[in-house]
Design a protein around this ligand. Structure first.
Ligand code: PAF
Length: 283
């Protein structure tokens, strides 16, 4: 396995005769990331994992400096997953100066997670576009936990004509149901127990959706989350049932693919999760 910055990546990429898959990460790798790398390995000849904590996607009051950076442990995870090249550029290499040309994430990037974290998705799409340009991958693998990010990367690929197959991997959960996230490290044991209201709310929504109608689905999740908020376990940031393609709220007679999005703060830690649901009008 090679590890390097931009120059080493370019030299390595030139030598590749087969296909390449990219797994973009900010490090602090866990089994969820490992699943992404396994998927990349299965689909292409060579795998590049990028490890770069991208300042553009953090607001000044967010956890950029505090974000976990266990670099050696991350390299061990990559090695075990059979990664061929770990792209770990220095900050000054990726952004020699504050960029003037950036990617705008538009309306879809300004709602829900984008409203809670203004500018976040512009920063994500800017760095993802740079990673695509640098690694020239045939495919890229992203987790579906960050579903709004995934949908925006899908638009990035279409709107800016990247010739890349986008692969989404279902949310990987711990045994207790909590979606795996590098930020789970920040949760004290009591916070972690409190955070389980999120997967419970998603389960309640999925049960309510089993008749094929969106009626009552958001309310089912809201009941669970409100109870947790009243106990002081979490602060709900947003809860929304949206059309999976447009990210616009689902009407009561909506038919098609939808997403129930949840974001909550638990003990100061920002958590997100979602469940995909399918509706048909006749219910
Ligand atoms: O999902 C992440 O870890 C980051 O947003 C990404 C895609 C690596 C861009 O910095």
């Amino acid at each position: 396995m090679e590890v390097g910055g931009i120059q080493a990546l370019r030299a390595w990429r030139k030598q590749q005769t087969g296909t390449v898959s990219l797994v973009p990460t900010m490090g602090a790798l866990h089994s969820g990331h490992q699943a992404l790398m396994d998927r990349a390995r299965a689909s292409r000849d060579a795998v590049v994992t990028s490890i770069f904590v991208n300042p553009l996607q953090f607001r000044t009051d967010e956890d950029f400096f505090q974000y976990p950076r266990p670099f050696q442990a991350d390299l061990d995870v990559c090695e075990a997953a059979g990664v061929d090249f770990v792209f770990a550029p220095a900050l000054g290499e990726m952004y020699p100066s504050a960029p003037e040309a950036t990617v705008s994430s538009g309306r879809m990037g300004a709602v829900y997670e984008g409203a809670a974290r203004p500018g976040h998705f512009d920063g994500v799409l800017t760095v993802v576009a740079k990673l695509f340009t640098l690694t020239k991958p045939d495919s890229a693998v992203f987790g579906l936990k960050d579903i709004q990010q995934f949908c925006l990367v899908k638009r990035l690929i279409v709107d800016l004509n990247f010739d890349i197959e986008l692969i989404g991997l279902p949310v990987v959960r711990d045994d207790d149901g909590l979606a795996m996230s590098s930020r789970n490290e920040y949760l004290a044991p009591a916070d972690r127990a409190a955070a389980l209201a999120i997967p419970r709310a998603l389960d309640a929504a999925a049960d309510a959706a089993s008749d094929g109608s969106p009626v009552g689905v958001e309310a089912a999740a809201e009941t669970v989350l409100q109870a947790a908020a009243e106990r002081g376990d979490l602060d709900l940031v947003y809860l929304a049932l949206v059309d999976a393609t447009t990210f616009r709220p689902c009407a009561q007679d909506f038919a098609g693919q939808a997403l129930l999005l949840v974001s909550a703060t638990v003990g100061g830690t920002h958590l997100i999760d979602n469940v995909a649901l399918e509706f048909h009008r006749s219910a």
